[in-house]
Ligand binder design. Structure first.
Ligand SMILES: NC(=O)C1=CN([C@@H]2O[C@H](COP(=O)(O)OP(=O)(O)OC[C@H]3O[C@@H](n4cnc5c(N)ncnc54)[C@H](O)[C@@H]3O)[C@@H](O)[C@H]2O)C=CC1
Ligand SMILES: N[C@@H](CC=O)C(=O)O
Length: 376
């Protein structure tokens, strides 16, 4: 187990980095938005809502793309972005993002996709001095090599990585972990509900309505991943736990997280298009889990746990647990994430952070907060 790998040679890299291009102080930041689905559309709507207010003019949308098309212009009015994209005949190409951003002002890519191909580019953009703000966890929450490449590219390019939306949909989780450590604390343990969709499902499931019907409802409300099996399998929570662990100084590998999936094998093997019809495969096993918990007066909660012993040994696991009804982590409503953090100063009573952990609007707000922080 590697602990506290951190950013070994970031200082050296920063010294070698090209000086960021001088940019006009009053220029709007140039922003490329990748993804116009649930989260990307909410980013566009929030930008449109800035019109006429204090934040008007802080950013210019210069590139808006989904997986098929892109609209590129010197300033795309957010109100026109959806129509501009629909009318565009330009094919979406990740190769064109950096050139579209060229010009005065800070440059930012907002990743509102769930795309491996986009995540693979994060480090390249960062190394070019382009800030990356992401809702997608595939950048920092998969391999250690990619996580390290992102850290090193930030140091090299003098750029920033906005990741608040990757865990807790913008809740001040990563920020708090970083601030505790900046103040000299060592993080001892983290435990809690990290999935907004699974929180919503287990807050609503009463053993009567089929669990699969609730999964469809959570998907339609925009809480699940594009493929809800990414939530139900625990993979999304594993990624979030990896992001938290790495931010807490634990260079955890994905294989070191024990994951108990809720997806039965017959559902796991299907193509994405066949998933909806097969969701009822979830119903029987979850009815049984619910009945057993109910008999004991317990509540089902999908939890992530990370513990670091004094000797540096780390254990990490993700899965459904049956908690006593009055357990502190059993509380919350809707899509609430609820996360307890133990550190040097919070030894006996943890710091607890709770709030909505999924949904387009909170996620878009988290992304744009990061953009504003990075360009100011
Ligand atoms: N829905 C939520 O509550 C939250 C979602 N997230 C993350 O936000 C991301 C987006 O989620 P949704 O909006 O729900 O997904 P979605 O499936 O609604 O939208 C994804 C968008 O990405 C686009 N896309 C895919 N590949 C692309 C490429 N190469 N270039 C440009 N665009 C590309 C698609 O065309 C689509 O417009 C995911 O990574 C998810 O984990 C994070 C926090 C909360
Ligand atoms: N699908 C995710 C969305 C936010 O990251 C979740 O359910 O938490």
């Amino acid at each position: 187990m590697n602990v506290a790998a951190g950013v070994a040679h970031s200082e050296t890299l920063r010294a070698l980095a090209p000086q960021p291009q001088a940019r006009a102080a009053n220029a709007s930041a140039r922003v490329a938005l990748l993804g116009t689905g649930t989260v990307g559309s909410a980013v566009i709507a929030r930008l449109a809502g800035w019109r006429g207010g204090a934040l008007d003019g802080r950013v210019s949308l210069v590139h808006v793309a989904n997986s098929r098309r892109a609209a590129v212009a010197d300033a795309i009015a957010p109100e026109q972005a959806v129509a501009a994209l629909a009318e565009s005949t330009r094919a979406s190409s990740l190769d064109e993002v950096a050139s579209a951003l060229h010009g005065d002002g800070a440059r930012v890519v907002i990743d509102a996709t769930a795309s491996e191909a986009v995540a693979e580019r994060h480090a390249q953009w960062l190394a070019q001095g382009i800030h990356v703000v992401t809702a997608c966890k595939i950048g920092q929450g998969t391999t250690l090599a990619r996580w390290r490449a992102i850290r090193e590219a930030c140091a090299y390019g003098g750029s920033g990585y906005g990741d608040s939306a990757t865990v807790g949909a913008g809740l001040p989780l990563l920020r708090s972990l970083r601030e505790l450590q900046a103040g000299g604390d060592r993080i001892h343990a983290i435990a809690g509900v990290l999935s907004g969709s699974l929180a919503w499902l287990f807050n609503h499931y009463d053993g009567m309505r089929p669990f699969s019907a609730l999964v469809r409802q959570a998907r339609d409300a925009g809480y699940t991943e594009p493929d809800p099996r990414d939530d139900l399998s625990g993979e999304d929570v594993r990624r979030k736990l990896l992001i938290l662990a790495r931010a807490a100084g634990v260079a955890l590998d994905a294989s070191e997280v024990e994951v108990a999936s809720l997806v039965p094998p017959e559902l796991a093997i299907l193509s994405k298009d066949s998933v909806d019809a097969a969701l009822p495969a979830l119903d029987g096993p979850l009815r049984e889990r619910y009945a057993a918990a109910y008999k004991d007066g317990a509540k089902l909660r999908f939890l992530a746990r990370l513990e670091r012993g004094e000797d540096g040994k780390v254990s990490a696991k993700v899965g459904l647990e049956s908690l006593p009804g009055d357990h502190p982590l059993a509380g919350g409503a809707g899509t609430d994430n609820k996360v307890a953090i133990w550190s040097d100063r919070y030894r006996a009573q943890p710091l607890v952070i709770q709030g909505p952990g999924a949904g387009a609007e909170v996620t878009a707000a988290g992304l744009l907060d990061d953009v504003l922080r990075l360009i100011s």
